[in-house]
Design a protein around this ligand. Structure first.
Ligand SMILES: Nc1ncnc2c1ncn2[C@@H]1O[C@H](COP(=O)(O)OP(=O)(O)OP(=O)(O)O)[C@@H](O)[C@H]1O
Ligand SMILES: [Mg+2]
Length: 256
């Protein structure tokens, strides 16, 4: 496996078995900072399980996961979010009874409303913090062009707008690495372009994306690097064109 520079995130020999199935099998890979890395592979290759391991939803049976030099394997999901790794669907679904703006505000780590003790630090400080969180939420909403809808009820958004809301909510934690599991599934072409534009804009501002995607046009045109996975581990890695024409990758897809 080739990789240039110091990775922001890496896995070393991680395994996760479900009964007799090794969904992820001694998987080692590295993600470069400030890039969009695509993760491809046939159904059942272990892509989602790999993301769940990175996000802390499962602990690996063996192997290590390292974020900027620090081991994170086996840490609980909330701690991994705090360290800067978010998986979009990891933050709970939108709260239907809250407005779009409120949905972002409650995604903020340690939001005052989450902490009974916050009352003890004084109302003035709680209020200032609330204002700070509100401002951050509004900035993110304009980035994803949902600012016009900030007071709308989240349940009134279209399916596509909910995808934007979900991305916006994950940005509230200032993530360093954003894991996207098929973010474009079921999204119409206009919104696909918009979502990809936002992702590329964030990448240009140094965010790192690791994205599972089945649409080869998107993978070829939008990803900086691609990792192909089969039977629980990477079988190819490199520039999109290289990986696409890799023999092992073609065989993996033909073999089902
Ligand atoms: N919670 C689970 N319990 C049992 N088996 C599981 C579980 N999660 C995944 N598997 C199995 O592990 C293997 C890898 O599944 P995974 O969902 O990670 O693949 P994937 O690459 O994301 O596939 P797809 O492209 O279809 O989303 C599959 O054989 C799947 O059936
Ligand atoms: Mg999957």
């Amino acid at each position: 496996m080739t990789s240039d520079g110091i990775p922001i995130l890496s896995t070393d020999g991680i395994t996760k078995a479900f009964g007799g199935i090794r969904a992820v099998d001694r998987c080692s890979l590295a993600i470069q900072p400030g890039k969009i890395t695509g993760l491809i592979g046939p159904n059942g290759a272990g892509k989602t399980t790999l993301f769940n391991l990175i996000a802390g939803l499962y602990a690996p049976d063996e192997g290590t996961i390292t974020l900027r030099g620090e081991r994170i394997d086996g840490r609980p999901p909330f701690e991994i979010v705090q360290k800067g790794v978010v998986k979009t669907f990891q933050i709970p679904r939108e709260f239907r009874n809250l407005t779009v703006l409120e949905n972002l505000m409650v995604a903020y780590p340690g939001h005052p409303g989450e902490r009974p003790l916050s009352a003890l630090i004084g109302w003035k400080r709680v209020w200032d913090r609330e204002e700070e969180v509100r401002k951050k939420a509004l900035d993110i909403l304009s980035l994803v062009e949902l600012d016009q809808l900030s007071d709308a009820n989240a349940s009134d958004l279209s399916g596509g707008q909910k995808k934007l809301l979900e991305l916006a909510r994950s940005l509230m934690v200032d993530p360093k690495v954003i894991l996207l599991d098929e973010p474009l599934a079921g999204v119409n072409p206009t919104l696909t372009g918009k979502l990809l534009g936002i992702i590329e804009g964030l990448r240009d501002r140094k965010s790192t994306f690791f994205m599972i995607e089945h649409d080869m046009d998107v993978v070829m045109n939008r990803c900086d690097r691609v990792i192909a996975m089969h039977q629980g581990r990477p079988i190819a890695e490199g520039a999109p064109e290289e990986v696409r024409h890799n023999e092992l990758v073609m065989e993996a897809y033909l073999g089902g």
